[in-house]
Design a protein around this ligand. Structure first.
Ligand code: TXA
Ligand code: MG
Length: 334
């Protein structure tokens, strides 16, 4: 069942469902989440089952907060400690597309945390997500565990229709989807591990390392072997059905020219620089990283749905603003 997220009554229905332990497809500014009460172990287990996700891959817990006083209160039930640099990041970027890993209170959200002694917390900027989080809190739900609302390893959803397609097997009683329109950011939040004394980047997103370092007042470390399992950081992830191949513009052009009019069963996502035969399914890659991120997952789904056997994608430009898009494409191609 899909209900409009603009309708206050739908938000109430969804909050009620969450309080009863069922799942809700929740729009956020990054991608849609598959949400359940983070404090309800059996509801959270249902997320892992529906996604086909290994139960030791931790989920992000979403909290309601509009300003600093709110996020301090909203974080307190889950995090046992908030280092100063993490507090600075919250002040600067919440609500917004940033997830912080913090030491977890031992007694809360153990299933959502996938057995880690830490917890991922995020305060989303989407109006409907905030409305849902607030309505759920009125019913005693302190946070919503929500991974991206796709089956394990697949492309993340950026519209309500994508979520419905991913979980067609769930009944209307099992899953309610709130339609909040197309997600404006389009790729998942940046994840910074704040549980090890220094900030460590676990997943790039639309916030650049320079923006994060400026707020932390210290360098952002690269993740190493010690970092816990993170699905979004597996080599092969975000993959459509058709294999994705990444190529620099000249290489992509040469491959297309070689095939000429015989090219078939190939879809192309490339910038203006690449000339593509009209008979191939084809989308132009925008010049701005933010525009590309916004449409990326929808484009991969759309090209995949044409039934092609390969998706050829131009390697995005080198700048740090492209880190998030490049990361998702490299994993889609792995
Ligand atoms: O933008 C987003 O972050 C979206 C929306 C729905 O909020 N959510 C999302 O969730 O991308 P998911 O589960 O697909 O990715 C969450 C990532 C995973 O890679 C997970 O392993 C990592 O966050 N993560 C969560 N809690 C963690 C923890 N305690 N320690 C390390 N990594 C953690
Ligand atoms: Mg995901």
């Amino acid at each position: 069942m899909v209900l409009s997220a603009n309708d206050a009554a739908s938000i109430e229905v969804a909050a009620q469902r969450l309080a009863e332990g069922s799942l809700v497809g929740m729009p956020t500014e990054t991608v849609y989440g598959l949400a359940a009460d983070a404090g309800n172990a059996s509801a959270v287990r249902r997320i892992f089952e529906a996604k086909g996700r290994p139960s030791d891959h931790p989920l992000i817990v979403h909290i309601a907060a509009a300003e600093e006083a709110d996020w301090r209160a909203a974080v307190a039930p889950f995090a046992s400690e908030v280092p100063d640099f993490a507090a600075a990041l919250m002040t600067a970027f919440w609500p917004g597309p940033l997830t912080l890993i913090l030491p977890r209170r031992a007694e809360v959200a153990a299933v959502a945390a996938g057995g880690q002694d830490s917890v991922g917390l995020r305060c989303p900027a989407h109006r409907a997500a905030q409305a849902l989080l607030q309505a759920a809190r009125m019913q005693g739900v302190m946070g919503l565990a929500a991974p991206s609302a796709n089956r394990f390893g697949r492309v993340s959803p950026t519209t309500a229709a994508h979520v419905a397609a991913e979980f067609a097997a769930l009944s209307e009683a099992e899953l309610l989807i709130l339609d909040g329109g197309a997600c404006p950011v389009g790729i998942e939040s940046t994840i910074v591990d704040c549980s090890r004394g220094v900030p460590v980047l676990l997943r790039p997103g639309m916030l650049t390392p320079a923006q994060i370092e400026a707020v932390c007042g210290q360098p952002l470390r690269e993740r190493d072997g010690e970092a816990p399992k993170a699905s979004g950081t597996l080599a092969s992830h975000y993959a459509p059905r058709a294999p994705v191949r990444l190529m620099a513009a000249p290489q992509l052009q040469a491959a297309l020219d070689l095939l000429g009019k015989d090219a078939k069963n190939i879809a192309v996502y490339a910038s203006q620089a690449v000339r593509v035969n009209k008979n191939l399914p084809h989308r132009r890659m925008p010049d701005a990283a933010a525009d590309c991120a916004q449409e990326l997952f929808a484009v991969l789904r759309e090209l995949d749905a044409t039934g092609v056997r390969l998706i050829w994608v131009e390697t995005p430009p080198p700048g740090p603003e492209w880190d998030g898009v490049r990361d998702r494409l490299v994993r889609a191609a792995a």
